[in-house]
Design a binder for this molecule. Structure first.
Ligand code: ATP
Ligand code: MG
Length: 261
């Protein structure tokens, strides 16, 4: 595609598999159980997007939709100070970097809907180089009671977010929690996405409760899906859906300097 450009994750194997990192202009979904590191991953990406170009960053602003109040600028600065001490020891730099992240905390789906219009304006004006939604499923977890919206609760939002990615040509990263992977290893991602009786993602298995909450449209809308999981005490990041990569998995750790391979 002509969209071009990637946000490097600094995780070498992952960047190589994705031909440079998180692609611009499309949706990347990061899924995994509670506590696996989805938010830590997004904090690292936010840091990298706001970092000066001289250090390999995108030298931009970030819009971070923090649905569950899990964003921590303190933690982001810790990751920055440990990963790029030469920048962060400069006076005022930590504050400057933190100031580049606009954190929005919508308390309802309708507030989120309103903020999307503002975001569209910001994307046109403000040198935004990354949009994070952490998490999408949390936006609807309290909202899907019954009735007409049940089938495609977020259809409009999904199309809108996808179009934001396309027209602004920035990476859009969305997290989603899936149920924790206890007992049976075949269980958590064994749901195959079915559309009109056809399996649309054989190799990419997708959690049934995400399909129930976000609708089938969501699974289609995502270009890259990264699955974070733990096996025998080791965390892995897996490229579960990609137009350019086979389903590779890379072990990672979370330390004071953030996510690392
Ligand atoms: P949820 O679905 O609940 O939002 P998550 O996938 O976003 O979960 P994170 O909050 O990204 O999970 O990861 C939490 C984990 O990150 C903690 O369990 C801890 O192991 C690790 N972690 C957080 N801060 C540090 C730190 N300073 N040093 C080392 N590890 C840390
Ligand atoms: Mg989180």
């Amino acid at each position: 595609e002509q969209l071009g450009g990637h946000l490097s994750t600094r995780l070498k194997g992952l960047d190589a598999a994705l031909c440079g990192g998180i692609p611009f202009g499309v949706l990347t979904e990061v899924v995994g159980p509670a506590g696996i590191g989805k938010t830590q991953f997004c904090l690292k990406l936010s840091l990298l997007a706001s970092l000066p170009a001289h250090y390999g960053g995108l030298d931009g602003r970030v819009i971070y939709i923090d649905v569950e109040s899990k964003f921590s600028s303190r933690r982001m600065i810790e990751i920055g100070a440990r990963s790029f001490p030469e920048i962060f020891h400069l006076k005022g730099m930590a504050q400057e970097m933190a100031g580049r992240i606009l954190v929005l905390r919508p308390t309802s789906l309708s507030e989120f809907t309103e903020s999307l219009q503002q975001i569209k304006v910001s994307l046109l004006q403000d040198q935004v180089k990354l949009l994070v939604i952490d998490s999408m499923v949390a936006l609807v977890s309290g909202e899907h009671e019954q009735g007409a919206h049940r089938q495609h609760p977020l259809g409009w939002h999904i199309s809108f977010i996808k179009s934001l990615a396309e027209f602004s040509r920035i990476p859009v990263v969305v997290t989603n929690q899936v149920r924790s992977q206890n007992r049976d290893e075949s269980c958590p991602y064994s749901f195959q996405v079915q559309d009109k009786g056809k399996t649309i993602e054989d190799s990419t298995r997708y959690d049934s409760h995400l399909v129930a909450a976000l609708g089938i449209h969501w699974a289609h809308a995502v270009t890259i899906r990264l699955v974070l999981e733990a096996k025998s005490g080791q965390r892995f990041i897996k490229v579960a859906k990609s137009p350019i990569s086979p389903p590779l998995a890379f072990p990672f750790n979370i330390t004071s300097s953030g996510i690392s391979l």
